[in-house]
Design a protein around this ligand. Structure first.
Ligand SMILES: *[C@@H]1O[C@H](CO)[C@@H](O)[C@H](O)[C@H]1NC(C)=O
Ligand SMILES: *[C@@H]1O[C@H](CO)[C@@H](O)[C@H](O)[C@H]1NC(C)=O
Ligand SMILES: *[C@H]1O[C@@H](CO)[C@H](O)[C@@H](O)[C@@H]1NC(C)=O
Length: 602
């Protein structure tokens, strides 16, 4: 409140300061912190479609499905409404790529055809069988509205695109038993095979408020039986889109990761720990919070994710869906909704404390050669308790479609404010950042980037850090935040502050790295070399296309040095549609084909 008051006093001053042309030095400008005057109608501009995030030309998408690599091609299936930009009529759309960047969209691979999926083909996963052939298991909504699990096999393994998929007549392979809630039983994981030769997989379900990763076993991928005990469960409501896979720590030990998407919070949480193949038990490490306050892949808009093992490159790759933050009416008007996050390489931190993520290296192939901006050792002075200092990063042709890598160095950590333990003990980072946003002056930070900023700087999305110290002054708390509260003049937008803690020893050298992928309506950021990720959707009305600008700001008392900043214009991914799809597909469940495939494949 007090801060707002002071700023109002400086309002006139701010107007004057904004008229001064930008020059080399960082500015001390009393940025106008009045709220944006919302414009009357939100008309989300079609120029806000993404350039290098995966999006089909139109309509609704959600969960990534069946992600895999097969004979050198990457496959991305995804939940898709072939008729409109709202959820419904769900099929498995299908895209293939050689590089995870450029895609060819094929005909949908799986769509309702039989009693076991006539009301929808929902999420699922691919498994590569020991002979190298892939199989998909997905959730079908059957004639009775039950959620059942079905398998599908490629019709022609010599087609490198695996365009056609066949559903054997013996589907469903897993139906909800008595005692299982048939309308909360979905999203089978990739299967894994134990030393005993038995396949296992996990299905998300719930019992009242208890979320469950239900375990099923099979010898032949046809007959499946529930294990006596679930792999894991928790008091956090329905568990959607579970994922379970091994990672290796710095000492070559195998740990297992369990991720679940919580339908109640619409966020994802993970733990990792010990999995015992003999007893089929999973015990998360005792130090990891196991619930809805635990570790997250992404502290922003990122849901229903799924990983696959990219054997060719010996890496695990993570896909996740980001929904829109505009209104349903906007989605209908613009004709599209939903994007996939940039696929991320995922691994366990060498110290074993958390997972790390980084955009797959292939995405750097879109960096436009020759138009790279490089800033070194540039100081952004502390604000001395007054206005915010900033400088513009100039030289990019397309700051609305860019890849920015920066390292910030805090010059005076002693200026860090004391972390308010009384108010914030046990609070998540989002609560702290919502209370102390980008425009709230601090000791060390807020400092970071203003992206998708308009000429008068009124529209801007802040991606920033803020450092606090504990009472004893010994340990610091580092927060990474995404504050979209001023991202748009548009009305009716969902604009929560997203935030995560960054587990870095800031006292070591004061440095903290940030990478932000800016893509028109997506701001996807990685702090601490991949320790904390935040994806946010924003819809500027002025900072669009070549009108968007990029700044570095510091609204704290401590000076901050940009030791280096490299910004790249990004080219657009080629996302081609093989044929325009109508809403009628050929019959898929052909008895003869199914039976033939059944003999060949199983
Ligand atoms: C089953 O799940 C549905 C969907 O969440 C819920 O509405 C219903 O109450 C559940 N039924 C039982 C018996 O728990
Ligand atoms: C940026 O500029 C500095 C100093 O001029 C140079 O040392 C560094 O290699 C450059 N970085 C890149 C990525 O070009
Ligand atoms: C994305 O949209 C916002 C705004 O409508 C909702 O609040 C989120 O819950 C939703 N996220 C997911 C994962 O569905």
């Amino acid at each position: 409140m007090a801060a707002v008051h002071t700023l109002q006093a400086f309002f006139l001053f701010a107007l004057v300061a904004l008229l001064i042309p930008l020059s080399e030095a960082s500015h001390n400008v009393f940025a106008d912190l009045q709220s944006l005057d919302a414009i009357e109608t939100t008309q989300v501009d079609d120029k806000l479609r993404t350039g290098f995030h995966f999006q089909p030309p139109k309509h609704w998408i959600n969960d990534p499905n069946g992600v895999m690599q097969y004979k050198g091609a990457y496959h991305l299936f995804y939940q898709y409404n072939p008729k409109s930009a709202v959820w419904g009529n769900i099929v498995w759309a299908h895209a293939v790529s050689k590089d995870l960047v450029n895609w060819e969209i094929l005909e949908p691979a799986i769509y309702p055809t039989a009693s076991f999926d006539e009301n929808g083909c929902w999420s699922g996963s691919a498994t590569i069988l020991p002979d190298g052939k892939p199989v998909i298991m997905y959730t079908g909504i059957d004639a009775d509205g039950r959620q059942v699990q079905n398998v599908a096999y490629p019709k022609d393994l010599s087609d490198p695109y695996l365009r056609e998929w066949v559903k054997p007549e013996y589907n469903p392979v897993i139906a909800p038993d008595a005692g299982v809630n048939a309308t909360a039983f979905r999203d089978p994981t990739t299967a894994w095979r134990g030393p005993d030769g038995v396949w296992r997989l996990v299905i998300g379900t719930k019992d009242n408020h208890r979320g469950i990763a239900a375990l099923y076993r099979s010898r032949d991928f046809v007959h499946w039986a529930p294990a006596r005990r679930a792999l894991h469960s928790g008091d956090t409501g329905m568990w959607e889109c579970p994922d379970f896979y091994p990672v290796t720590d710095g000492n070559g030990n195998t740990r297992h990761v369990l991720k679940v998407s919580l339908d109640l919070t619409r966020y994802e949480y993970y733990t990792f720990g010990e999995y015992d193949h003999g007893s089929d038990t999973y015990a998360p490490d005792a130090t990891l919070p196991d619930g809805d306050g635990g570790l997250r892949y992404d502290y922003g808009d990122f849901y229903a994710s799924k990983t696959f093992l990219d054997t060719g490159k010996n890496r695990r790759v993570l896909w996740g869906w980001a929904n829109e933050s505009d209104s349903v009416a906007d989605d209908v008007r613009k004709g599209w909704a939903g994007v996939q996050a940039i696929p991320r390489k995922l691994w366990l931190a060498p110290d074993g404390s958390q997972l790390m993520q980084w955009p797959v290296a292939e995405i750097e192939s879109l960096r436009v050669g020759g138009s790279h901006v490089n800033v070194t050792d540039r100081m952004v002075h502390g604000n001395g308790g007054r206005g915010v200092n900033y400088f513009e990063v100039t030289g990019l042709a397309t700051p609305a479609q860019a890849d920015v890598e920066a390292t910030f160095q805090v010059m005076d950590l002693d200026k860090a404010e004391v972390f308010d333990d009384a108010a914030w003990r046990g609070a998540d980072a989002q609560t702290v950042c919502a209370a102390r946003g980008a425009d709230d002056k601090g000791g060390v930070g807020p400092f970071g980037l203003w992206v998708l900023a308009s000429d008068e700087l009124k529209e801007r999305t802040a991606v920033f850090f803020r450092v606090f110290k504990r009472d004893d002054g010994k340990k610091h708390v580092v927060l990474m935040c995404n504050d979209p509260s001023r991202s748009s003049y548009g009305k009716g937008l969902y604009k929560p502050t997203f935030a995560g803690f960054v587990d870095v020893d800031i006292a070591a050298n004061g440095k903290i790295p940030l990478r932000t992928l800016i893509d028109h309506s997506v701001v996807e950021s990685f702090g601490g070399h991949g320790k904390t990720a935040i994806l946010s959707r924003v819809y500027p009305t002025k900072a669009i296309g070549d009108k968007a600008r990029l700044f570095v700001f510091n609204n704290g008392e401590s000076d901050v040095k940009v030791t280096n900043l490299n910004a790249y214009d990004m080219g657009s991914a080629k996302i081609r549609t093989e044929t325009e799809t109508g809403s009628d597909y050929p019959a898929q469940s052909d008895t003869k084909t199914s039976q033939r495939n059944r003999k060949i494949d199983i």
